[in-house]
Design a protein around this ligand. Structure first.
Ligand code: GDP
Ligand code: IMO
Ligand code: MG
Length: 427
């Protein structure tokens, strides 16, 4: 029996999808535990590209059971579109399961997401506008709809009558927006219920059974630690807990069962949306790395902001999540740089910080402290062992490991499954 947690260690898009796909055939069950279709996970296998938003990135492994856990919020329309898309790509989805406890994105949630952003004006967060935040809001407010509600049309109808009145009042009175029609939503969602029925399960027996039977479980995180509601750059965060803790509550697995926590980190840093980013490169170099790294969002197509590796952020993620193994991705993107910097801490208001501070306006203006290393100026995409990497590249990796306080057990040197260096098995 093993339980491996996989989290993104930065602001998302670290390459988690690739790593989950890589590990999927070493496990029996993959559970996606939080987030929604705000996530975009790209997997490249034998030159073919697959993009996942809600469906776990382990789905390309037909024998691995892929679970959408109860910590996830599911937009049924988006889920069905994604399902149809990957089925058309020839992916076998018979082993896909959705928790009946997972909350549902309702048609008004993306509207509230958009209106909320408009209302914030210049202080907008830059959300993905998928309605994920408002869905979690309703979950906490205890007026959310769960996937299992689709199997109880009478209950769904009664609850919708109550909730939609609240929603429509807010929409019309506060925002001057159009109200939603109750019957239209009911018809739409009852239709989704019929299509989703084969996938909906109580995942408690499945997950507990897997542990009792000694199976190997991988918990797939979305987003990243710096987008966590508590640990991240609040309010410029997502509305869930993309941490090791969130992975456990989102799947129903106790902490005592965890075998290993893997953190995925990009060899530099990116961020989509607004909020502080101390090591951001706003000039030509940032532009260059964005082009070489194809840093454009999988979900919204937005250009990702780019910056140097921030070891203060990474160490914070390692320490708050108990990360023991690091997978370093996109090392190849730095292949042509003459010099490379690592941020080791910040100075803010005359004080030195070795981790990101809670005060985001201080973090925004913090002066990063850098150590500079020579680049390797050699292509690394063909390397398949650590020894094959050029010496300055190995030095960079070793420096990162030391500064993060965890070992770098795997290195990704290209988007394809094959373009990976495994130094120590992660599972
Ligand atoms: P996720 O959200 O953490 O799964 O990451 P995304 O899929 O949103 O973004 C990572 C992007 O980088 C994807 O387009 C991947 O195909 C790509 N990628 C992953 N690993 C590597 C790598 O080692 N090198 C390069 N050049 N691209 C990579
Ligand atoms: P993956 O799983 C990068 C960001 C959004 C925005 C903030 C809040 O692919 O790494 P939300 O729609 O969640 O309310 O937006 O969070 N964000 C992500 N950034 N990768 C993601 O997921 C993200 N999911 C949300 O850009 O800044
Ligand atoms: Mg992504």
């Amino acid at each position: 029996m093993s339980v491996t947690i996989l989290v993104g260690g930065q602001w998302g898009d670290e390459g988690k999808g690739k790593v989950v796909d890589l590990l999927a055939d070493r496990v029996d069950v993959v559970v996606r535990s939080q987030g929604g279709n705000n996530a975009g996970h790209t997997v490249v296998s034998e030159g073919r590209e697959f993009r996942f938003h809600l469906i776990p990135s382990g789905i390309l492994c037909p024998d691995t059971v892929c679970v959408i856990g109860h910590g996830v919020v599911v937009d049924p329309k988006a889920f069905l579109a994604e399902l149809a898309h990957i089925q058309a790509q020839g992916v076998d989805t018979r082993n896909l399961v959705i928790s009946d406890r997972a909350h549902m994105v309702m048609p008004y949630h993306p509207v509230f997401d958009q209106l909320g952003e408009q209302q914030r004006g210049d202080d907008r967060l830059g959300t993905t506008r998928r309605g994920v935040g408002p869905t979690y809001e309703d979950k906490v407010r205890r007026i959310g709809f769960r996937i299992g509600d689709l199997q109880k049309p009478k209950f769904l109808e009664k609850k919708l009558r109550f909730v939609l009145r609240l929603k429509n009042e807010t929409l019309t009175r506060l925002y001057g927006a159009e109200p939603f029609d109750e019957q239209a939503i009911l018809d739409e969602y009852i239709g989704y219920g019929e299509l989703l029925d084969p996938y909906i399960r109580d995942i408690y027996p499945l997950v507990q059974g897997a542990m009792v039977e000694g199976r190997r479980i991988l918990l797939e995180g979305a987003q990243g630690v710096m987008l966590d509601l508590d640990l991240g750059t609040y309010p410029y965060v997502t509305s869930s807990a993309p941490t090791a803790g969130g992975a456990l509550t989102g799947s129903g697995i106790p902490p005592s069962r965890v075998t290993n926590t893997v953190g995925v980190f990009k060899a530099y840093t990116t961020r989509v949306g607004y909020g502080p980013f101390p090591t951001e490169l706003t000039g030509e170099l940032g532009e260059y790395i964005r082009e070489v790294g194809a840093e454009f969002g999988t979900t919204t197509g937005r250009a990702r902001r780019v910056g140097w590796f921030d070891a203060a952020v990474a160490r914070y993620a390692v320490n708050t999540n108990g990360i023991e193994s690091i997978v370093l991705t996109k090392l190849d993107v730095l292949d042509t740089l003459e010099t490379i910097k690592i941020c080791t801490g910040y100075t803010s208001k005359g004080e030195r910080w070795d981790h990101p501070m809670a005060n985001i306006s201080h973090l925004k203006h913090a002066e990063p402290e850098y150590t500079e290393l020579p680049g390797w100026m050699t292509p690394t995409r063909q390397c398949r062992s650590f020894a094959e990497l050029p010496a300055p590249c190995r030095d960079y990796v070793e420096q990162l490991a030391e500064r993060c306080g965890a070992s770098i057990d795997a290195i990704s040197v290209g988007p394809d499954r094959e373009q990976t260096i495994i130094r120590r098995p992660l599972i």
